[in-house]
Design a protein around this ligand. Structure first.
Ligand SMILES: Cc1cc2nc3c(=O)[nH]c(=O)nc-3n(C[C@H](O)[C@H](O)[C@H](O)COP(=O)(O)O)c2cc1C
Length: 173
């Protein structure tokens, strides 16, 4: 390998990629899943920075920040209708960022829910739908967490590994 190739290799090695997680959580379940995911990625995702933003404070342009966007939300019954996104996520995606173009951005989604509701974890479908309609690129099948997330840590970590592999492929690492 010549010096130029070595230098290019070194630069590549030090490029920090960023995974931006935008999430909404009311009773803390989605936040817990995000925490477990981030903890599991820390040991294996060298070269990746992870940034978290809550849907409450996120602005449309925030969805474009970073190399990979992860949206996470539980399912709610806004205005009495079951199977909706968390109200803050709904406000962000369906109101504030309704005209956003994700421009082929690599994306992933996590949806939570409870089996006792007819529209179980429908948030996952809403998030995926948003990504598709707004020209994002889903790089890994969506993770659904049904019922309390406590005890489902292994599923979250295993999905995190798939997300990391797909993210590396998507950004050319
Ligand atoms: C008022 C209310 C409405 C809900 N509606 C649904 C629903 O329609 N479908 C579903 O699968 N889960 C529903 N859930 C369950 C939540 O999605 C689930 O408890 C989730 O883990 C909460 O995550 P969070 O604490 O991050 O908000 C509802 C929960 C509450 C309290």
């Amino acid at each position: 390998m010549n010096n130029t190739a070595n230098a290019a290799d070194a630069v590549q090695h030090f490029i920090q990629r960023r995974l931006h997680i935008v999430f909404a959580s009311t009773s803390g379940h989605t936040e817990y899943v995000v925490d477990v995911l981030v903890d599991s990625l820390k040991s294996i995702a060298s070269g990746w920075e992870i940034e978290e933003t809550t849907a409450e404070i996120a602005q449309p342009q925030d969805l474009l920040r970073g190399d990979v966007l992860l949206l996470a939300s539980a399912t709610w019954n806004n205005e009495g209708i079951e199977g909706q996104l968390n109200p803050h996520m709904s406000m962000l995606l369906h109101d504030k960022a309704r005209a956003l173009d994700l421009a082929s951005k690599p994306c992933a989604c996590i949806g939570l829910g409870d089996h006792r509701y007819f529209y179980t974890a429908r948030a996952a479908d809403h998030l995926q739908h948003y990504v598709g309609v707004h020209h994002g690129r889903l790089i890994v099948p969506t993770l659904k967490i049904i019922d309390e997330p406590y005890g489902q840590e292994e599923a979250v970590s295993a999905w995190g590994k798939k997300l990391l592999d797909a993210s590396n492929l998507a950004v050319g690492n």
